[in-house]
Design a protein. Sequence first.
Length: 388
Amino acid sequence: MKVAQFNIPPVSIVPLRGVERLSLSHFRCYEIFTVSFDLRSVVLTGPNGAGKTNLLEALSFLIPGRGLRRARLSEIKQQGSSDPWTVSAQLQDQGEGIQIGTGLNPESPESERRVTKINGEKAKSQSTLAEWVSMVWLTPQMDRLFLEGSQGRRRFLDRLVYGFDPTHAQRLSRYEQALKERSLLLRQGRTDPVWLEGIEDNLVSDGIAIIVARREVVGQLTSVLKTQDNIFPQAEISLEGELENLLRQHSILEIEEKMRRLLADCREQDRFSGRTSYGPHRSDLAVFFPEKNQRAALCSTGEQKALLLSIVMASAHLLSVRSEAIPLLLLDEVVAHLDKKRRSALFDAILKLRIQTWLTGTDVALFEELQGNAQFLSLKEARLVSKT
């Protein structure tokens, strides 16, 4: 396995931040794998099953969450291995080296919890990762993002918010824990008003902060989308939800009081339904295609893919200019669906971003325009490969 060697590109388009070294242990199809890079974008090519997406998934664990596949952590371990999986990355941030390691907890591999270390020090939680790395990705599994439930769209937006507000991950974690605690109390019939009011106060404070953070990023994305090159369709995005609608007309203090009343009034209803009726966990990211005057869900498959790529590229641009964390863009099997004109426009946009972008594909010829401005890694069937 070799990294293709090309002339060093002009300094003006070389990112100053990115991954310099990636090491995997017992991760998916990889037993032991280590490879080094410079800070240019990376093109991973090879046949289906070679492990290209697995490398992107490994990178996706450099931010909070369950990775781009949303897999159970125990399922990621290499088949037949008794050892826990680990991902280690050496990153560069304008001359400063950063070491991030994460993996399944070796002391309790059945716990579905992962351990994270930053520069050798154990982090209190994986939420700390948001302070160091920001990321947006596009994968074939996201093709149905506009057709399926709102949960996937919220996760998509929240991953982006992590890049601008590292505390957003902690906020979401606290909010989700409070939701579970409230549901458990109601299900058990424990209606102590003081106890419930305390939990609901936490839901209100974190919930409103979540909505405000999301709204801020949606506003910034909207500004970028309006100025984006028209080679990609222009998408209109907005947040939908009862509290979001109220926030357009009332102050935050008024919305907090409204949310407290709603939660208190719906306790009996929520006890029977098993879910909390109001809050940011019910919000949705709405996407509209103005050229056809219709919602993205009603557009053709090709139009939906183009709209999603437009939003992802706008997100990457926003991360490149406003994120304090190291921004990364992951594009899995994207270029195969684009004609030559749009491929050229995408490559041009990637170079202008000046952030390290990771692209995968089966046909290296589709990436010819990036030669000299990217580094190429050709993968064989990964189960046959062990590189150190």
